[in-house]
Write a protein that binds this ligand. Structure first.
Ligand SMILES: NC(=O)c1ccc[n+]([C@@H]2O[C@H](COP(=O)([O-])OP(=O)(O)OC[C@H]3O[C@@H](n4cnc5c(N)ncnc54)[C@H](OP(=O)(O)O)[C@@H]3O)[C@@H](O)[C@H]2O)c1
Length: 296
């Protein structure tokens, strides 16, 4: 494989940090400027990218986003700046300077009413500010040049806030665990997604949208149960009750949140698989890896 020069935006984030390690592990040259060095909401700052101020690179991978789904309902301007406008600035800078761009997006561009895994061609219909602004970002990227948009879902990783970490902490604190069981999606481990994104940039596929999420469709309660099972196995702790009894199922209606979420947002991996990209590992294996690397 040819050695690539990659600039990762959002390198300090949950996905970005694993992506930097993955690409470096494959022998690629990686730069990951901080949000202070390169503020992507500032067009002047992004123009310095195109002028070569952050060094030479062939690929730009954008992992930066406004990811607080509920807070976005109130902080609309920040979500627009980071999710809708900034990807357009990055795309223009890449188009002007002849760089390749891979932009990361989300399953929340869908309304979750389809009842079967979404393909890349499925019509979007975001339900909230986060999903709407992410969709606008996708559109800006796709309209500007021959770029890649990789949608992922239900991310978890050792760096940053994520659902499995919250579950483990709550369990350690002996809090009652009540989790919604009527929303379904693909839990996706950042380490595995980083591998898939690495495979994609190395293949340099036909531009467009790619769905890149984990191979299993779970509801949140089942994801919580699997998380605690993996935690028990890896830390060799025995509980007085097994996780399946410990985590009780509730309905979305019993857990009101500011943002409405898609009830079924599974993403089909078929298009990426057709390029020869291997699917991600089963949740059980990925969760064990996650627990081993976890810093609470
Ligand atoms: N989390 C999920 O469950 C989930 C699900 C589906 C899709 N996604 C998508 O996956 C991608 C990665 O998400 P994540 O959860 O890994 O994100 P994250 O942990 O919230 O990280 C966000 C990153 O964006 C950077 N950033 C914030 N404002 C910036 C600015 N003005 N200029 C440059 N960088 C800025 C942050 O840097 P600082 O630390 O310096 O602020 C941080 O590195 C995003 O596109 C997200 O929409 C996430």
């Amino acid at each position: 494989v040819k050695r690539l020069n990659v600039l990762v935006v959002g390198a300090s984030g949950m996905l970005g940090s694993d992506l930097v390690s993955e690409l470096q592990g494959r022998g690629h040259e990686v730069a990951g400027p901080s949000s202070r060095e390169l503020d992507i909401t500032d067009p002047t700052s992004v123009a310095r990218l195109a002028a070569g101020e952050f060094g030479e690179f062939e690929w730009l991978i954008n992992c930066a986003a406004y990811t607080a789904v509920d807070r976005a309902e109130a902080e609309v301007d920040q979500a627009i700046a980071l999710n809708a406008l900034a990807p357009g600035y990055l795309a223009r800078a890449c188009a002007l300077s002849g760089k390749k761009l891979l932009h990361v997006s989300t399953d929340f561009v869908f309304d979750g009413e389809a009842g079967e895994p979404y393909t890349e061609e499925a019509p979007t219909n975001p339900l909230g500010v986060y999903g709407r602004t992410k969709r606008q970002g996708e559109e800006a990227v796709l309209a500007t040049g021959p770029f890649l948009v990789c949608r992922t879902a239900w991310l978890y990783g050792p760096r940053g806030h994520c659902f499995p970490k919250t579950m483990i902490k709550a369990w350690i604190a002996e809090k009652p665990l009540r989790v919604v069981s009527d929303q379904f999606g693909n839990p996706t481990f950042t380490g595995d997604l980083a591998r898939v994104l690495g495979d994609l940039v190395e293949r340099d596929p036909f531009p467009g949208i790619y769905h890149t999420a984990g191979p299993e469709v779970l509801d949140w309660r089942e994801f919580a149960v699997r998380t605690l099972e993996a935690y028990q196995e890896v830390t060799q702790q025995t509980l007085d009750r097994n996780p399946r009894e410990l985590v009780s199922a509730i309905a979305t209606a019993d857990w009101p949140t500011p943002a409405k979420r898609p009830p079924f947002s599974a993403l089909s991996f078929e298009k990426a698989a057709a390029l020869g990209v291997a699917p991600m590992r089963p949740v059980h294996d990925a969760l064990r890896d996650f627990v081993r690397r976890l810093e609470l």
